[in-house]
Ligand binder design. Structure first.
Ligand code: GLU
Length: 467
């Protein structure tokens, strides 16, 4: 079999949205699975709507997702000469022709057709006039008047389009600029793309593109049109269904691996498996299991999957991603043993990295602030003595281990007659400033002996000042 070559050709008129990312992912996975090639092409011929910011945002989102490309990014605006060469060839071979009909003429042809109960179309007036190019001529493709063009689709099966419904459409404007469908086909051909997976909103273009392939005497690629991603209300996904931009998900603390896992399940399945690691996906992905029915975006499911991926990763791996979110909170940390110990305490209870970063802040702070309510409730004068006991005992520990800490607490409970909760809560406030934190022992271990002692001493001074 030939090397599989796929592509992702975004139009840079906005960020990379969920639907686009899913298309990119399907093509990328298929290329990676088959050890093929994945090409990135920027479809920027709509120069009024294309922006450099969008290109940058799209590339950044792809990079974040870990969707890397083997070639490109190519820009269509740099390729007009290639399109025009192909247009010349089509004219020379009699598959296309110059047309001088004005917009008004074409409009009245459409009206006539409508009046006769036909599709409103261009009527082929210049087809056999053998006109030459002028500043006012466009180039049209000679399309067959009868028969059908069949789109063979690995997802949807075959769809037949009546050729009579397709008029001699324009492939080059009078200003010499190639039209969209022509540019896409020439790109796909010259880039040797042989597999095209895209949203089914493009299915209407496919018969026209097939006619261009045929006119160029070229072999067709494999097409697969995947159904759109819908919101829970079955309407096409839009801003009101939540964040649309992949970049926003990064900022909201999602892991790229969770995002990829979520995206792939919007239209592809492998039995009833829900959780996939990246390499697992590359191994298992196929075109046969792309679904025919639209999938619904479910933000809760994405969140649950993110929590699972957070739990599945090593603290070291998570550290690499967490630093970004810590930095957003003003904490410049390293992915070192301290950070990794912190992560371990937060992993089971964080659904996002933002949540994790917020919960991690207290570990890094030199000065923690005591939550007023928590301090009022738990920093009673009698607590000072208990905290001092704990602090002294911790300071005396040669081995700062879970076992020794547990024994130490047992002893204090016996001595003071206090239950664990009565000791743990004030201690928690002393260490974190609040009443919510990971388990006492894991937290104390992650914080380390020195910092634990420092914090307890500060809390003791704070309580003394209250008296
Ligand atoms: N540029 C198109 C888009 O962003 C994709 C066209 C294609 O996949 O053929 O929707």
């Amino acid at each position: 079999m030939d090397t599989i070559i796929t592509r992702f050709p975004p139009s840079p008129s906005g960020y990379l949205h969920i639907g686009g990312a899913r298309t990119a992912l399907f093509n990328w996975l298929y290329a990676r699975k088959t050890k093929g090639k994945f090409i990135l092409r920027i479809e920027d011929t709509d120069e009024a709507r294309s922006t450099k910011e969008s290109v940058d945002a799209i590339l950044e989102s792809l990079e974040w997702l870990g969707i890397d490309w083997d070639e490109g990014p190519y820009f269509q605006t740099h390729r007009y000469d290639i399109y025009n060469d192909h247009i010349e060839k089509l004219v020379a071979s009699g598959h296309a022709y110059h047309c001088s009909c004005t917009a008004e003429e074409v409009n009245s042809m459409r009206e006539d057709a409508k009046a006769k109960g036909k599709n409103p179309q261009y009527n082929g007036k210049c087809r056999n006039r053998n006109l030459s190019r002028t500043d006012n001529t466009v180039v049209r493709l000679k399309t067959p008047a009868t028969g059908v063009t069949i789109v063979e689709d690995v997802v949807k099966g075959n769809t037949a389009f009546g050729n009579a419904e397709i008029d001699d459409f324009i492939i080059q404007r009078s200003n010499g600029v190639a039209m969209y469908n022509l540019a896409v086909v020439v790109d796909d051909l010259t880039m040797n793309i042989n597999t095209i997976i895209r949203g089914d909103d493009h299915l209407v273009n496919t018969p026209k593109q097939i006619l261009i392939y045929q006119a160029l005497g070229a072999e067709l690629p494999v097409f697969g049109h995947v159904p759109m991603v819908l919101g829970a209300d079955k309407a096409r996904l839009s801003k009101r269904h939540g964040a649309m931009s992949v970049g926003e998900y990064k900022n909201m603390g999602f892991l790229a691996d969770a995002m990829i896992n979520y995206l792939v399940r919007l239209g592809w399945s492998h039995g009833d498996q829900e959780f996939f690691e990246r390499r697992d996906l590359i191994e298992k992905f196929d075109l046969e299991h792309l679904g025919r029915s639209a999938s619904m975006f479910d933000a809760d499911k994405l969140l649950a999957l993110n929590a699972k991926h957070i739990q599945a990763k090593s603290p070291k791996e998570l550290g690499e991603h967490l630093l970004f979110h810590l930095s957003a909170l003003g904490i410049e940390a390293q992915n070192d043993a301290f950070t990794q110990a912190i992560i371990e305490t937060l992993q089971p209870r964080s659904k996002t990295l933002v949540e994790m970063a917020k919960a991690a802040v207290f570990y890094y702070k030199d000065e923690i602030e005591f939550d007023q309510k928590a301090a009022d409730k738990f920093f009673k004068p009698e607590i000072e003595q208990m905290l001092t006991k704990i602090c002294d005992a911790i300071e005396a520990l040669c081995d700062y281990t879970q076992e020794n800490l547990e024994n130490l607490f047992k002893q204090i409970m016996e001595e003071t007659g206090l239950g664990f909760g009565k000791i743990a809560q004030p201690l928690r406030v002393a260490i974190t400033g609040t009443t919510v934190s990971p388990g006492i022992f894991e937290m104390l271990l992650a914080l380390g002996q020195k910092k634990t002692i420092q914090r307890l001493r500060k809390a003791i001074i704070f309580i003394q000042a209250l008296a």
